[in-house]
Design a protein around this ligand. Structure first.
Ligand code: GLU
Length: 512
């Protein structure tokens, strides 16, 4: 059957989107684009208990930042809406009724206390063929009593009637055929009258069917639900158009076994969320890739390779290249270690490729955070500063350490550099240097350098000491880009004023 590829990313708005969820969204997107298909964003908000304000907006903002484009969704609209499950109650009600009428589901009145008692009485209690007739439901109670309970408005749930002893086949494009016996499944709750909402299982498969989803690509944690979903498709008579499953392997801790968690990020110093998240309840702030200074292209490239490869060892690929190469044939079946250092490397690479002017824009908020008003400098100035130090950074935020002296004169001077480079005669030599600099016909780096070097040679000064003392007054320590590139950018007046200030402020510390 040749159907147009349609995939969906179906997050529940229960908090910030985890980086593993981002990878799931990305693989959905790459697969859809690769096959000229559609990408749906469906908000699965049927669990009102777990709803977190701001989570849906966060998901939208994160996907937009990363360049994962949605074709149909709450904001985008589309022919298969609404795309938010809490707005599809009528649809679920009709479908629940359809299963009830066909005898494929039943109504159960067991209270939480009764269920608790059953669990206490029977080890490994499961609500299924072996126990359901001892419980209070429309299969065990006389019809009249069921009617009376319903008429009295007694809260109930609808449970899926699972026939025991059947082999259920789940065909997963990554894992192949997985067969499980239906006897291990319980009669899952599909609907709760208390909030007139379906559970995840019902809503998920009804929507996948109605939205004509062809491939369900989701995290491995949903694999245990797949047999139930297969049976639900069958119960509705939709087995022929059931989507293919792809259950993506977990993202693992960088340094060991087990699932990647927020704690790993806190412990090792990397974000596990795409954007910074402000928890509305606790007020706690969790760091995000965007705020940590990652470029979205780098995050995408890094995530794409956590569990997939293009079939060769190409590493740097933009979204278009990823799309053209993506296939589940090269997806791994085992968990991918979250090698966050590799993420840093990708960011370094992408920063080197990014136009300096773009990086300069990203640097502006960093400048502001350090009390520098970027509006006091021209865009050309900031861009030039960036271009001089970009090779040394992995993150935009690192620019501050590397380029701060372009924006603020040093207030302190590194003691170890003073000890090494500042001599008795340094103030006199630097005073002389001011005269040399002021006499230069051009302050351009390439033109300023030769006359200064000639002066040092002519005077027989120690080149290393003079230049490093000079640098110390400009930068505050003996590091940074080529000295005449610095002076060209900050200009003659600022250069001279920094030398003067250095001469005044720098004292040779007493011998240790
Ligand atoms: N709402 C589920 C989630 O939060 C969707 C799982 C699925 O894709 O079927 O991940």
């Amino acid at each position: 059957m040749d159907r147009k590829v349609r995939v969906r990313f179906a997050p529940s708005p229960t908090g910030p989107l985890h980086i593993g969820g981002v990878r799931t969204a990305l693989y959905n997107y790459l697969f859809a684009r690769r096959h000229g298909g559609d990408m749906i964003l469906r908000i699965e908000d049927t669990d009102s208990q777990r709803f977190v304000p701001g989570a849906e907006e966060y998901i939208n903002e994160a996907l937009a930042w990363l360049g994962i484009k949605i074709d149909e969704g709450v904001r985008e609209g589309g022919a298969y809406g609404p795309y938010k499950q809490s707005e599809r109650r009528d649809i679920y009600r009709t479908h629940v009724k359809q299963l009830l009428d066909a005898g494929k589901a039943y109504i159960a009145f067991d209270t939480p206390a009764e269920l608790e008692a059953a669990r206490a009485a029977t080890p490994n209690f499961q609500y299924d063929a072996s126990t359901r007739l001892q419980m209070r439901n429309s299969l065990s109670l006389p019809a009249g009593e069921v009617e009376a309970l319903m008429a009295a408005g007694t809260p109930y749930v609808v449970r899926f009637l699972i026939e025991p002893g059947r082999d259920v086949e789940v065909n997963d494009l990554l894992r192949g055929k997985v067969t499980i016996n239906s006897s291990i499944l319980d009669d899952k709750v599909l609907y709760k009258s208390a909030d007139d909402l379906p559970t995840y299982h019902l809503a998920n498969i009804v929507d996948d069917h109605l939205m004509e989803v062809t491939h369900v690509i989701r995290g491995e944690e949903w694999l245990p639900s797949a047999p139930l979903h297969v049976l639900l498709y069958e119960a509705f008579g939709w087995a022929d158009t059931r989507p293919d499953f792809v259950h993506l392997p977990l993202l693992l801790k960088p340094d060991g076994k087990g699932k990647l968690s927020k704690r790993d990020g806190d412990r090792l110093g990397f974000p596990v969320f795409p954007l910074e998240w402000h928890d509305p309840k606790s007020g706690a702030i969790s760091s995000g890739y965007r705020e940590a200074g990652y470029l979205p292209e780098a995050v995408i490239n890094f995530l794409a390779l956590l569990g997939w490869n293009p079939g060769d060892d190409t590493e740097i690929m933009n979204m278009e290249e990823l799309i053209s190469k993506f296939s589940f044939d090269h997806c791994s079946r085992s968990g991918a270690k979250f090698a966050y250092e590799k993420g840093r490397w990708f960011n370094h690479e992408y920063l080197q490729k990014a136009p300096d002017a773009e990086v300069a824009e990203l640097f502006k908020p960093v400048l502001r955070a350090h009390g520098v008003n970027p509006d006091d400098f021209t865009d050309e100035y900031i861009t030039r500063a960036v271009s001089l130090v970009k090779g040394r950074i992995n993150f935009v935020a690192d620019l501050w350490e590397q380029a701060r002296f372009f924006f603020k004169a040093p207030e302190t001077y590194a003691e170890k550099d003073i000890r090494k480079r500042w001599k008795e005669d340094t103030p006199a030599i630097l005073t002389e240097l001011i005269g040399v600099l002021e006499g230069l016909p051009s302050f351009k780096s390439a033109e300023a350098e030769p006359p200064v070097l000639a002066w040092v040679a002519e005077k027989g000064y120690h080149l290393g000491n003079v230049m490093n003392a000079f640098r110390l007054t400009l930068v505050g320590e003996c590091k940074g880009p080529h000295i005449f590139d610095i002076t060209e950018l900050i200009g003659i007046d600022e250069t001279v004023s920094r030398i003067r200030r250095g001469i005044e402020a720098i004292q040779i510390p007493p011998a240790q």
